[in-house]
Design a protein around this ligand. Structure first.
Ligand SMILES: Cc1ncc(COP(=O)(O)O)c(C=O)c1O
Length: 468
């Protein structure tokens, strides 16, 4: 395995047929019961919280993430966090990539404390904005940057700019995507038809969205052919349906096809930025029109950002002839929010990117990530399981199939929700916080080699318990 950009494709046979289903069910029930039993304080907090919050959590989806009830966190430091029952977890989920800097990284703690002391919110630019934008421009190769509070909001603004730039409405995404909770992308393919992904969405949204399988250039070409697509919004590799890597030539063709269709291209590195210093855009030499980032770029302090070309940035100057709506001139693309680009988020982003997410840090995480991927592969081979690993830098994913999936449909077919739930709760009961099913384990800047050893040892114990 090379350190970055490598695709591990172990070609073995079969999937999970050799696993005894009854055994999985029994183990899962036992581990789930143990999890609840050993966490009385979390359970008690959940009961109390149900009186004032839907499902007893500050955001209802927090209750969907795991099979077991949520734990209530008391603190985090480095690669670990603890819950209110006193359990400590070695964190390989890293809050869905947003804690890639590690928990409470010192340079960010100091920058945020100092910024709070000096005031955090002015509705005016603050000192960190210039060096932060300069750093992003130099690092990710896009000349102009804007700041939001989340990657969702960054993608929302990118879509609007793309619509204004092209005079088109449709947004094309790849099956298995997740780019945040923006309407234009909250569609899924079901039996070949577009359907809303959630309840509460306006009807008719499917007119504005197109979805094609990842790695399917013919489908992409067909979907672009009507000439009505404003933007293709894509991760460099899918990270929300397992870890699905692009096939050779995919990104070159994606760039060529979008350019010749007059469609803009946004690369969303919100998750994949953990794989390399300048993301996969840097490693693979991608040439998007927009680049979006979020989550870990400010060590989990709310900050999203998008970079764009000079030409697209020009649209934010406002059109020459404003439209008139209800008697008022509309001279700008719909962007913004009172707290966007606040001084605190910018200070956190500047400190995180320049003092935590350094080139040295990426060298280290790539080494630890390689050790993790190789260790996972060795553990599954030792048990003779025909599974495979996809890996890139700090991030890995284990597929319960002989080869890594080439698109989200294959990834779904290969998945085994009970088995994945069992692995995660088994590991949680032994002090390892494994990722949600869609993601796979990731090392953070704070992880040490011995942390990876510990993960691998518990993972191997779990496989031994499941597969006899
Ligand atoms: C690739 C990608 N883009 C955007 C987002 C949205 O990020 P946020 O929820 O911080 O807005 C996510 C969240 O998982 C993501 O995985």
């Amino acid at each position: 395995m090379s350190k970055v950009g490598d695709v591990r494709r172990s070609a073995l046979v079969a999937g999970t047929e050799s696993i005894d289903r009854g055994r999985v069910e029994r183990l899962l029930a036992g581990e789930n019961a143990r999890f609840v039993e050993e966490r009385p304080a979390s359970v008690q907090r959940l009961e109390r919280a149900r009186r004032t919050m839907p499902r007893g959590v500050p955001m209802a989806w927090m209750d969907d993430l795991y099979e077991h009830p949520p734990v209530w966190v008391s603190r985090g430091e480095g690669a670990r966090f603890s819950d209110c029952d006193g359990h400590e977890y070695l964190d390989f989920y890293i809050a869905d990539m947003s804690a890639f800097c590690g928990h409470a990284p010192q340079p960010v703690v100091e920058a945020v404390a100092e910024r709070m002391r000096l005031g955090n919110q002015f509705l005016l630019p603050s000192e960190d904005a210039i060096p932060l934008a300069e750093h992003l421009a130099q690092r990710y190769g896009m000349p102009k940057w804007q700041f939001t509070l989340s990657a969702t909001q960054a993608n929302t603004e990118v879509v609007r700019i793309a619509r204004q730039a092209t005079g088109r409405e449709v947004v094309l995404v790849f099956d298995g995507k997740y780019h945040g909770h923006l309407d234009a992308t909250l569609m899924v393919l079901a039996d070949g038809h577009l359907r809303p992904e959630y309840l509460g969405l306006a009807t008719g949204l499917e007119q504005g969205t197109r979805i094609v399988p990842f790695n399917d250039l013919d489908a992409l070409e067909r979907a672009l052919a009507p000439g009505d697509v404003a933007l293709v919004l894509a991760e460099p590799a899918l990270t929300n349906a397992g870890f699905v890597l692009p096939e050779r030539g995919f990104h070159e063709s994606l760039r060529e096809l979008t350019a010749s269709a007059g469609t803009l291209l946004a690369i969303d590195e919100t998750h994949t930025l953990v794989t390399a210093y300048a993301g996969l855009t840097g490693v693979w030499g991608l040439r998007p029109d927009f680049l979006t980032l979020g989550k870990s770029i400010a060590a989990g302090v709310p900050l999203g950002t998008y970079g764009m070309s000079e030409e697209l940035a020009g649209l934010l100057a406002g059109p020459d002839e404003p439209a008139v709506v209800a008697g008022a001139a509309i001279g700008e693309i719909a962007t913004g929010g009172t707290l966007f680009a606040n001084a605190l988020s910018l200070a956190a982003g500047h400190a995180a990117l320049t003092k935590v997410l350094t080139e040295d840090a990426f060298e280290r995480t790539a080494e630890h990530g390689l050790k993790l991927a190789q260790g996972l592969e060795a553990a599954i081979e030792r048990r003779g399981l025909p599974w495979s690993i996809a890996h890139c830098g700090a991030h890995s994913y284990y597929f319960f199939s002989p080869k890594p999936a080439r698109d989200a449909a294959q990834s779904r077919v290969a998945d085994d929700p009970d088995l994945r739930a069992l692995i995660r709760v088994f590991m949680a009961n032994r002090g390892i916080w494994e990722s949600g099913w869609w993601l796979g384990p990731t090392v953070s800047v704070a992880h040490k080699e011995s942390d990876v050893d510990r993960y691998l040892s518990v993972f191997a114990d779990c496989l031994a318990a499941v597969h006899r």
